[in-house]
Design a protein around this ligand. Structure first.
Ligand SMILES: Nc1ncnc2c1ncn2[C@@H]1O[C@H](COP(=O)(O)OP(=O)(O)O)[C@@H](O)[C@H]1O
Ligand SMILES: [Mg+2]
Length: 397
């Protein structure tokens, strides 16, 4: 019987397969330590592109901090949230879910009072309910509410970490920026201690939006940048994941896996998964790796390259340009000058537009230390994907 795939494209990585990020984790642990030791509010902003591993980093940081520092960690996803009341409600709800089978549940119950409701046919799930007035109150008294929570948990927890993840909607709201600012100011000027690490996590443009709305937030958060993995980390990841399910990876195959994932965690999982499913004898050789990489390129194109752009790229002119750019699926650099020589007048009229679109999408970028007009695919997998598309224009992906 074949084992289940150890790869998890698209969801935060299970703790056992978490790879790298040691400096980032260390910074977060140190900050937790500081918050607990000096009973202070500390603030971190985790930024990075989509799919780079922000949520996974936060999740890992919470798990380890809870062990090391005796703190309570609440990881709250705010996708789709468009009001402060809903934000606070989700924080409480997370507190409830997190505590229900813990020994401190009684303390949380008495903190949340009669706002807990049993739902579901067998009353298995608990829900936090509060009127909008009560929520409004909690929004404005948030420092007080958190101190109260910590008081209730006095015997169990020395501090609190709250991660506000997926800030998409909220970051654009002046009300959120203003609330953050007054929360931070209020805690700072109050005499009462509050051992809390507040972590925001989102795209760099979310941080910019927030600062546009409230410029003084600029210096309030320490930045933790999440970046692409370096080759040794990618290798470590694949080794860990494959050995967990008793699969051996040959050297040449490993090189291909590392090369095509380009340090993108999402691609590492997609490629790993595709290669795992291709392999039949628990040994990944070069052939398995190549087949898997091609499968992954198709999956990634379908899942991550926005359908709209994909549709544009399928326009005949773009398609012809693309096929001239990706003449070789294993070559991921090109220059505008070279491409211009290869294309017709008709195509060159849309070339700039095309390049700009690809750039905005993060599919291509100007390599470091090169001149304008030089480009590379940010992952070789993109090049491969487009090569596949160009080779069979009619295909549906
Ligand atoms: N440190 C890591 N080790 C292994 N896989 C990771 C790591 N960080 C992220 N991943 C994987 O990458 C993908 C995207 O991660 P995620 O944390 O959701 O990114 P983000 O929150 O930045 O959008 C997920 O499939 C996740 O499992
Ligand atoms: Mg995330």
């Amino acid at each position: 019987m074949k084992e289940y795939s150890p790869f998890t494209p698209g969801v935060p990585v299970p703790i056992e397969f978490f790879t790298g990020r040691t400096p980032e984790l260390t910074r977060i642990f140190d900050t937790v330590g500081k918050s607990v030791a000096s009973q202070s509010l500390e603030r971190i902003f985790v930024i990075g592109e989509r799919g780079i591993g922000k949520s996974s980093l936060c999740r890992m940081a919470l798990a380890v901090s809870e062990e090391r520092h005796d703190v309570l960690g609440l990881h709250v996803y705010l996708g789709g949230v468009s009001s402060l009341e809903e934000m606070v409600r989700r924080i409480f709800e997370r507190l409830l879910q997190k505590s229900r089978d813990k020994k401190w549940f009684e303390a949380v119950k008495s903190f949340l009072g009669n706002h807990i409701r049993q739902v579901g046919i067998f009353g298995f799930s608990l829900e936090f309910t509060a009127s909008s007035n009560e929520l409004k109150q909690s929004v404005s008294d948030f420092p007080y509410v958190l101190r109260n929570l910590l008081k209730n948990l006095e015997d169990e927890k020395k501090g609190l970490i709250i991660v506000l993840d997926d800030l998409n909607g909220l970051a654009g709201f002046p009300a959120f920026a203003n609330w953050l600012k007054s929360f931070v100011d209020e805690v700072a000027t109050s005499q009462e201690p509050l051992p809390l690490l507040l972590i925001l996590s989102g795209l760099p443009e979310r941080r910019r939006q927030l600062i546009n709305n409230q410029p003084s937030l600029d210096r309030v958060f320490d930045l933790v940048h999440v970046k692409r993995f370096k080759e040794p980390e990618v290798k470590e990841f694949f080794e860990k994941a494959f050995s967990k399910v008793g699969v051996e990876v040959k050297k040449g195959a490993m090189e291909l896996l590392c090369r095509f994932s380009g340090g993108h965690p999402v691609f590492m999982h997609e490629i790993g998964d595709a290669v795992f499913k291709t392999d039949e004898d628990n040994t990944i050789d070069k052939n398995d790796a190549l087949q898997g990489v091609v499968r992954a390129a198709e999956a990634i194109g379908a899942k991550y390259i926005e359908p709209k752009v994909l549709a544009t790229i399928r326009s005949e002119k773009y398609m012809r340009i693309l096929s001239k750019i990706v003449k070789d699926p294993f070559e991921h650099r090109f220059s505008k000058k070279d491409i211009s020589k290869r294309i017709s007048g008709d195509e060159s009229r849309v070339l700039n537009n095309f390049l700009q679109k690809m750039k905005n999408l993060g599919v291509i970028a100007q390599p470091l230390g090169t001149q304008r007009g030089e480009y590379e695919f940010t992952s070789e997998l993109y090049a491969l994907f487009f090569w596949l598309q160009a080779a069979s224009p009619g295909r549906k992906s």
